[in-house]
Design a protein. Structure first.
Length: 243
């Protein structure tokens, strides 16, 4: 199968990290197609970043659809434009936060989330509520590591991240840790060796869910909420979306 792995920010270095993580868990018959927008923020760390990135992300969804991909993965922990992407796509579209929550809830009674900046905590809490996992989460913690620092993570910053994981386990009662940024996907192995609970990365979780849906022959429902977008004129820079 062919999986389009979309990094909604413009950091090609981060896209490469995500793609490398995805390849390590993908089946031999699965091909990972990394996609990075040309026009978007360098990182996504607030509502403005996410909103601007969403338009470019949807263009990539449309490109993947035209290339016949079997699944799309939105590799940003805010799951930006996920509902809109599912309207556009016929193949499954998986957000990495939703994928991580789903798997974490299968292997732990309560999981903790450790993310990047403190200002992103409400976004994670909103997604927990939206996806019905609020009762499964022991808490959301921030390492206050900027997203772009994950590309070349200093030992001191790694220790900050690990300490937040330990506090989630020892103070909050987390029985598993969800890493709250796609740029952390290459840290799973090291953290798994050093921490006493399972560590879940949304990128690799999404790959395995995408493969499962493909093997089951399940695609995005076009009835109701994820029905095809209504056709109408679009003006200006978004005219390519219109009739």
């Amino acid at each position: 199968m062919l999986i389009q792995l979309i990094n909604p920010n413009t950091s090609t270095e981060m896209t490469a990290v995500m793609a490398a993580s995805a390849v390590t868990v993908a089946l031999p018959t699965t091909k990972i197609m990394p996609s990075t927008p040309l026009h978007a923020p360098k990182s996504i760390e607030c509502a403005l970043d996410e909103t601007i990135a969403s338009a470019a992300l949807l263009d990539l969804i449309q490109e993947g659809k035209q290339q016949g991909v079997d699944a799309h993965i939105i590799a940003c922990f805010g799951d930006p434009a996920l509902d809109a992407a599912r309207e556009l796509a016929d193949a499954p579209v998986i957000g990495i936060a939703e994928a991580a929550f789903q798997l974490a809830s299968l292997i732990s009674h309560r999981f903790g989330i450790v993310t990047t900046l403190s200002r992103t905590l409400p976004a994670s809490e909103h997604l927990l509520q939206k996806y019905g996992h609020k009762q499964h989460c022991s808490g959301v913690r921030a390492s206050d590591i900027p997203v772009l620092e994950l590309e070349n993570l200093a030992p001191e910053a790694y220790q900050l991240l690990k300490n937040e994981c330990l506090e989630a386990i020892n103070l909050d009662g987390a029985e598993a840790i969800v890493l709250g940024c796609a740029g952390m996907s290459n840290l799973v192995e090291k953290l798994s060796q050093e921490l006493p609970v399972p560590i879940i990365d949304g990128v690799t979780a999404a790959v395995k869910l995408a493969e499962s849906l493909h093997q089951l022959g399940l695609r995005t429902s076009k009835a109701g909420h994820y029905g095809k977008p209504l056709q109408k004129p679009f003006i200006g820079r978004y005219s390519h979306w219109g009739v």
